[in-house]
Design a protein around this ligand. Structure first.
Ligand SMILES: [Zn+2]
Ligand SMILES: [Zn+2]
Length: 456
């Protein structure tokens, strides 16, 4: 009988254990940055009522038209796997009355989103996003603050050559005049546009501006620019934003081609762009969406935010050779010979783990040689062998796997404390940590770095 071969769905990704450290690195960078800006984490469901996305993202967008994963379970209404993060989070802020708890409300999240797109480098059907949303402020300094958070993450990640592109796409007051100018301009050349853009001409002409087809983008080159059609309020908002960004030493490029794909944006839109990952150069995109909360709740409340694709962030970091935080490997491997010794090894491991030490012993039933080979393979920092002799003497030699240096420690209930002290003393001897830690310790009154050797 042929074996059933089931593979992961197209456009999804497995992160195997050996690669997880990259994800842990970016997730800790984004979370720490958001917390430093006093954003609080929020969690929301993976699927929502389909109507939420149709109303917020916009029913003429590619996302709603072509890319949503919509499911209907028996007897239920229709749900959609979230294609983006903002709509669900804003729904949650409204539904839970968070917006009544004072403004601004600042939240962040790390989630997966789902879009039925053609998979390509840095663009998956299930992708992961860091996002943040700020609600309750119409002030342009909030726009600058949100952009500054994105910049902080990009800098902390160590990325180079990323440009901030900003634009203003106006508000419901000034946009109709601009849309009309766009329609007039593109209608005159509609024969040359791609099929998608010919459809966009009536429903969503702003999207023609960021069409990737070379013909469309050449035509869009001379299209009317949104910033020339802004009302006084939008124009002043954009000027102030530029002043705040300059005040924070954040370089930017005014880029009238940035329109963002979703209907809910107003005024400020921005993207951080790199040329590093081929097909998709946008590391982060966001903007202001002053109308969204009103659309969903009937109560106006200005808001803004951004999303950052974590796959793209990791890809860009890999391409640029940025260092990720290496995972913590095993501190000590306890090898044993015989049943009694094996029991002692398990007891010692449990005690070590209670002290926060990463400890392992044999759970496969290997011989001593194979156990030591395994200790090497997992990069254990220390190892110790327990056999009949060690059980009898109550001591065993703990070996620093790097230097080969051996230290005798008692293998009774004081082993875990003794080993922790030994580990710290070896850390202090290491070149990277030695100087810094001795400096710190020398400044403390009557405190000395622990010395190596047997501590019982
Ligand atoms: Zn306006
Ligand atoms: Zn086109």
């Amino acid at each position: 009988m042929a074996q059933l071969k089931i593979q992961r769905p197209k456009g999804t990704q497995d992160v195997v254990p050996s690669q997880m450290y990259k994800w842990n690195t970016v997730e800790s960078i984004v979370k720490e940055a958001a917390e430093a800006y006093c954003f609080k984490e929020i969690r929301v469901p993976t699927f929502e009522d389909t109507a939420l996305f149709v109303r917020s993202v916009g029913d003429s967008t590619d996302v709603v038209q072509k890319e949503m994963y919509t499911v209907k379970a028996a007897g239920d209404s229709e749900f959609t796997l979230r294609p983006e993060g903002t709509a669900g989070v804003i729904r949650a802020l409204i539904e839970n009355g968070v917006l009544n708890e004072g403004v601004p409300q600042k939240v962040f999240y790390v989630i997966s989103c789902f879009r039925h797109e053609k998979p390509q480098a840095g663009r998956l059907r299930e992708f992961h996003q860091f996002g943040c949303e700020m609600a309750g402020t119409a002030d342009p300094s909030a726009d600058a603050e949100v952009i500054s958070l994105a910049k902080n993450i990009i800098d902390t990640a160590g990325l180079k050559g990323i440009e901030l592109h900003i634009n203003s796409i106006g508000c419901p007051k000034c946009r109709p005049a601009y849309i009309k100018a766009l329609k007039d301009y593109f209608s005159a050349r509609s024969g040359e546009l791609c099929d998608t853009c010919r459809e966009r001409l009536e429903r969503n002409p702003m999207r023609i501006i960021d069409c990737k087809s070379p013909v469309c983008s050449a035509i869009a080159e001379d299209a009317p620019k949104n910033i020339d059609y802004l009302c006084d309020e939008c124009a002043e908002h954009f000027e102030k934003l530029k002043e705040y960004l300059s005040a924070m030493d954040i370089d930017f490029i005014v880029d009238t081609k940035i329109v963002r794909g979703l209907d809910y944006y107003t005024k400020t839109v921005f993207e951080f762009i790199t040329t590093d990952i081929g097909a998709q150069g946008t590391v982060c995109g966001g903007g202001r969406y002053d109308g969204l909360i009103g659309t969903l709740s009937g109560k106006d409340c200005p808001a803004l935010g951004f999303g950052m694709g974590l796959e793209r962030l990791i890809l860009t970091m890999e391409n640029q050779g940025v260092e990720f935080i290496q995972p913590h490997t095993c501190d000590i491997y306890i090898a044993s010979i015989g049943q009694q010794a094996h029991k002692r090894a398990m007891r010692l491991c449990a005690a070590l783990r209670a002290e926060g030490v990463y400890a392992e012993c044999d759970i496969v039933g290997r011989g001593l040689k194979a156990q030591m080979k395994y200790a090497d393979k997992i990069n254990a920092k220390f190892s110790v062998v327990i056999g009949d002799g060690e059980l009898e003497s109550g001591k065993a030699a703990v070996k620093d796997m790097n230097s080969g240096e051996k230290t005798e420690l008692p293998i009774n209930d004081s082993f875990s404390r003794a080993f922790s002290a030994l580990m710290i003393s070896h850390m202090l001897d290491s070149e990277e940590l030695g100087d810094t830690l001795s400096d710190i310790l020398s400044e403390l009154p009557s405190s000395q770095p622990p010395t190596g050797g047997c501590i019982s």
